[in-house]
Every structure is written in C-alpha cells, then in structure tokens.
Design a protein around this ligand. Sequence first.
Ligand SMILES: CCCC/N=C1\SC[C@@H]2[C@H](O)[C@H](O)[C@@H](O)CN12
Length: 650
Amino acid sequence: MVFERSAALLFCIVAVFQITVASPPTFNIDYKHDCFRKDGEVFRYISGSIHYNRIPRVYWKDRLLKMYMAGLNAIQTYIPWNFHELDPGHYDFSGDRDVTHFLQLAQDLGLLVILRPGPYICGEWDMGGLPAWLLKNKDVVLRSSDPDYIAAVDKWMGKLLPLIKPFLYQNGGPVITVQVENEYGSYFACDYNYLRHLTSLFRSHLGNEVVLFTTDGAGVSYLKCGSLQGLYATVDFGPGSNVTAAFSAQRYAEPHGPLVNSEFYTGWLDHWGEKHSLVSTAAIVKSLNEMLSLGANVNMYMFIGGTNFGYWNGANTKYAPQPTSYDYDAPLTEAGDLTDKYFAIRDVIKMYRKIPQGPVLPSTPKYAYGSVKMSQLTTITKAADILSFGGPVKTMYPLTFIELNQKFGYVLYRTTLPVDCSKPTPLSSPMNGVHDRAYVSMNGVASGILERNKVITTNITGKAGDQLDVLVENMGRINYGKEINDFKGLVSNLTLASQELRDWEVFSLSIDEAITEGLLWEGNPSLPFRSSILSPPAFYTGSFIIPDGIPDLPQDTYILFPGWKKGQVWINGFNLGRYWPDRGPQVTLFVPANILSTSASNNVTVLELEGAPCNPGPCTVEFTTMAVLNATVTSLSDQTRQLFRKEDLL
Ligand SMILES: CCCC/N=C1\SC[C@@H]2[C@H](O)[C@H](O)[C@@H](O)CN12
C-alpha cells in the first residue's frame, strides 16, 4: 500500500514537473493559419490604448479594470523616452513613471500588453516622446542612423529594455508584442539602416522569441518606408475607412499572418482654437464589427486618453499645439468616466468573446469645492531675478531654450530700446522665429503679443533706454513630421523698425521650482488699473480648505477660470497644465483627487499671461463638477481684434 501511494505521488510530481518545465509560455505568429498563437492556441486580441504617463498612478488600476470589464483582453501603451530620461543619463521610473508597476497591474487584472517603447512615439506628446536634449547637437537628424542620435537611443534602450524583458509573455509576463518605432513610413528619412539597427537592438535585449512589429498608415506608400523584414507590419485606420482596402494594404507587406489594426481611432485629438473632435459611436460600432468578424486583431486608440499634465502636450504643423486635455472623445473620459460609447463597444465585443460578468466600476464622483479668491503675487518682470536661479545670460543675440539647457516653460528676453519710439513702432520677428508665443512689455506694462505663424509684428512705443521684456512661452514641441526638432524660444532675431535688436539679457525661468520652493511672495499689487485689455504676465495665488472628516473627500474636480485669458496653473505645487479659455475649445482642467489635501490648505498658483479678472475683480477660480472641452473657439482674428489695433496685424 505504501509503495503504491509513493509511486502515485512520484508520478504526480513528475507530471507537474513536465507540464511546468516542458511548456514555457509562447506567443507567436502562425503564418499558415494567418493568426497569433498563445501557448499553441489560436489567439486574437481586442485591445485598447491607455497611456500611463497621462494618468495618475493612483488611478491606473481603476482605468485598467474598467478596460477589462469592457471585454478587452489586452491593452496597448507607449513608453515616452523623455518622460523617463529627463536629462542624459538621469532616469526616473518612480511614482507616476513606474512603468513596470503598470505592466504588473495589467497582468494582475488579466490583461495582456502590446508595448510600444519607441524610441519615437508621436502620440500628441512633446517631441513625439524624444527628449529635447537630443537637440544640443543642433544638426542631429532625429529618427535616423545619425550617430549621435543612435548613441543616445542605444544608451536609453540599454536602460529600458532590460527592465521590460522579465515582463515578456515568454518570461511569464503580460507583454505579447513589442512595436519598433512608430509610423516610420510617414517620416521623410526612410532610413532602412535605422530600422535594421533598432531591430537588432531590440533583439539583443529582448531575445528572439518576442513578436516585434511596426505600425503605419493603411497605405502601400506608408508601408514602403515603414516596414522591414523581421518586423511584422501592421496598419492603423479609423471608422469610416474601407476595412477591406485597409487590410489589403497590410497584405502588401504581410501576405500571411494575422490582420492587425494597431490604432482604430475611437476618437481624435484636439488643437487649441479648433472645434473639439468627436467620433461617432455608430461609425465605431460598424467598423469594429466588420474587423472582428474578419478575425482581425484590433487596438482601439484611445480607450482612455487622460491628460497632458504640465508642459507635456505636443503640436502639429502648421504649428498647432494640442490642449491639456487628452480626452480624445474616448470610451472612457479623461477622468475615467464611463460613456455610452464604452457600453456600445462592450456590446460589440460581447458578440465575439465572453466578457467578464459583474458590476463595472462607476465613474468617480466629482466635487464642487466652489469659488477661490485669488490675489496677485508679482509679475514675471519683477520676479525675473528670483525665477532665474543662475541669473541672466548676457548675449548679443537671443539664445534658444536648448542653448539655455531649458526644456519646457518660459524664457524672458530683456533689452533696452536703442532709440526713441515716440510713434507706434513695429517690433517684429521677420523670420517667424517666436516659438511659440511672446508677451511683450515696456517698462513692465503689457504692450502686445507675438504668436508663431500668426502674429509676427506688434507696435510698441517708448524712449531710448526703456526696458523691453519679451516673455516667450514654449507651447509644446511638434510630435509628427519633419519639424520635430524645435529649439524653442526666440530662434531668430527680433527687429525694431527693421533694425535687429541686440544686447539681450536672457533669463531661463525655473518657475516650477520656484513655486514648489515657495519663492514667490505677496508683491505689492502695483499694476495700474487695467487701462488696456492686456496685462503683463503675473502670478496669482489663492487657497481653499477641504473639510476633513467628510467621507470620500477629496474627490476629483474640474477647475474653471471665469474671466481669465491664458496661462498655467499649479495646485499644491503640481503643474496641472495650460488653460486658454479665451481660445478654447478646452475651458476646464481635470483635477485628480490625489493632488488635493484634507489635512492642509490647498494652494492654487496661476501664471496669467494676458489679463486676470482682478483689477477690478472678481478675481476667482472655480472648482466645479462638469468638464467643458467643447466651448466655442475664439478665432485668432476675433481675439486679435480685441487685443490689437488693426495695423498690428500681419
Ligand atoms: C495625418 C497625421 C497622422 C499622424 N498620426 C496620428 S494622429 C493621432 C495618432 C497618434 O499620434 C499616434 O501616436 C500615431 O501613431 C498615429 N496618429
């Protein structure tokens, strides 16, 4: 009897051992049957894009769970290089940047991962995810075999990919496929040696098992430069496209293998000054049905968009920056709220795979903390020395942000009038070199605005020796096309009555640091009564208490700027992003609960660039429960007409 039991036990141990050891996880392409196979079984992914870099870490689980409950079996995310290697050789994978924690969360919730580590990612993210410090070599050819660029890519991938390797499906993780580059077929360089280098780089760090792929527009012309032997070519297209034609483009590059739409656009991006983009649910349902009925693999871009906090938004050409909200009209809103689109997509998926039963996590509650009284702290002109920790740089001609080693935010350019300008005299950027918006003051009094591609001249008056301040705002680097290498600031000279202005003092402003260090003080609000519509860029501050002891507080909220024009807002030192209700379409900014406090007063600091409703009042900001992302946009001509006299226009 004892012998039989021992034999049975031994048999079980051997069996378990064989099962465990004999069949490591596998994920690969079956070219014979035009499908993916996971652990030998036919597998089709239904996925949604979520960008961890646009969502506070505390909310990652909430969003991923909602995606799982929608019936997705995978999620897709980028890894923005500039979000992690803020300066050469200095890496940050902590807190909201803890990408491996995000991958582990996805796996814990039963979601596989389609990973897109770049090095370029596009994504309406500053410089398409490439770090601005790459531009220290002003001749660098980004996204090519340029040796300087490749050296930086090798170093970054040498840091990142070893972190990712344990999370590959073959190693027991959730990552089933890894994208190389991003829509490379749309880029002018068409450098096959670059793609070949990336392929061998990814293979050297990740091994030969993982499925590497590319994504390009659904057209043969895109696939010609975007695809490469050894990388599985996939395409992207939105609702309303001809699905058959789109996938036949993929078949041009991949006659066999699974059909894959890596970016099915369930929404679309916005630009300041343009109507909020909306994509119809009916069109989405129709195309999604068609693709799933073909057995295609689909990733919905975006499933949740989130927020471009701080200065992280990108831009398109001709210079059109994207707003702070990346709501994208996605199935989950910027704040992670459920929409009709979410349930309509869930109903389609239900027809193709069993979806999880049980309650879907509800939308998070929003709280209206009400009106907060603001008061002026000081102006940029007065605080320049405080804000420029290293002091101004004296230079004959203006320096760019990159030359100042500054990546984001604002730089102040100061000089004195070389001559009397008793009559309105044109201050111009003849080479359209204001990148991107400049706020002009004379002796601390606002006098005009210059804007890239839109307003390249404004009139000033003054006496020889008067102080001319030009505050230049970097509104986000172009993230698509050949103009992605943007140095920001005054990238060419300004002229006064056609004479080049020289002998500048250039202040690199460390505003975020000054705010977190509490260096801004209650200045004497000596601004003159607002005789004109324009005021000089100035800081305002206010605070509010959230009562403790009330369950569920703090809660998410939205901040509204009644009567304010354009600027930047920080709450408790967290840079929430840009506001521009004067132009729209975004009017409110999402405020996630995790930046608020019930144990201390909450501080709001605003840098208003054009004119606050504070002289006279009411000089308040509001915390409300409703998002407003589709306000009527103010065309520049309307706005300019309000600000400038006719002769100031182009
Ligand atoms: C006509 C320009 C198309 C550029 N491609 C875009 S616009 C929205 C999306 C995201 O940027 C995404 O990161 C790109 O891969 C594809 N795409």
